[in-house]
Design a protein. Structure first.
Length: 207
């Protein structure tokens, strides 16, 4: 999945590199240095470009075929005097960073599962349906172009969301995921609250 994906309002561009000076690294850092965008992440914001580069290494695609697949897309949009403009119709200098959507191999010892592990979006586009639109587009493209093409590629797609993160849970439900369980996790989300334990909602994509 190294081709652009176009939706009615968005351009989804594959993440390709975290090399110093690259546009990709600049976009990633703009997102992950935002306190608001990363408030539901256990990682928290990246304070420096070097931190972003190291964190970004985990979503850079690796040679295929492999069951450790990494599908990563930047979500890009553009706007003008009359509202949203599709990015493909304007110069790249007018594109704005909206977020990142990834499908990554799970940490579990299951070889046929993917996790929509990173669904991070800039706060200025919250509530406009961009997350639902982009997540659905990536899922559709994976199911159409990748999953059927090789036996190694995972078929099951999972996702987790903080129980209090109603927006993320709604996106998953709208894109065909069903809640299949809940579990407690230890840690702290300092940009959310001071709790040392929280509940994670586990989802699985329905066929």
């Amino acid at each position: 999945m190294q081709r652009d994906i176009h939706t009615s309002r968005l351009l989804l561009r594959p993440v390709r590199t975290n090399e110093d000076g690259s546009t990709d690294l600049g976009r990633f850092h703009a997102l992950w240095s935002s306190d608001q965008a990363t408030r539901w992440s256990r990682r928290g914001p990246c304070k420096t470009l070097e931190e972003s580069k190291a964190w970004m290494a985990g979503i850079i695609p690796i040679p295929m075929p492999t069951n450790k697949i990494r599908v990563s897309y930047f979500v890009l949009y553009a706007s003008g005097d009359e509202g949203l403009i599709h990015p493909a119709s304007v110069d790249e200098k007018q594109w704005k960073m909206g977020g990142v959507v990834t499908l990554l191999a799970t940490d579990f010892k299951l070889e046929n599962e993917l996790d929509t592990r990173i669904r991070i979006f800039m706060p200025e586009i919250w509530g406009q349906g961009f997350a639902t639109e982009s997540v659905q587009a990536v899922l559709d493209a994976y199911g159409r172009d990748v999953a059927p093409s090789h036996a190694l590629f995972p078929r099951e797609i999972l996702a987790n969301a903080h129980a209090k993160n109603a927006g993320s849970r709604r996106v998953l439900e709208k894109t065909g995921f069903k809640e299949v369980g809940r579990f407690d996790s230890e840690g702290c989300l300092p940009l959310v609250d001071d709790a040392q334990k929280y509940t994670i909602v586990h989802f699985r994509a329905e066929d």
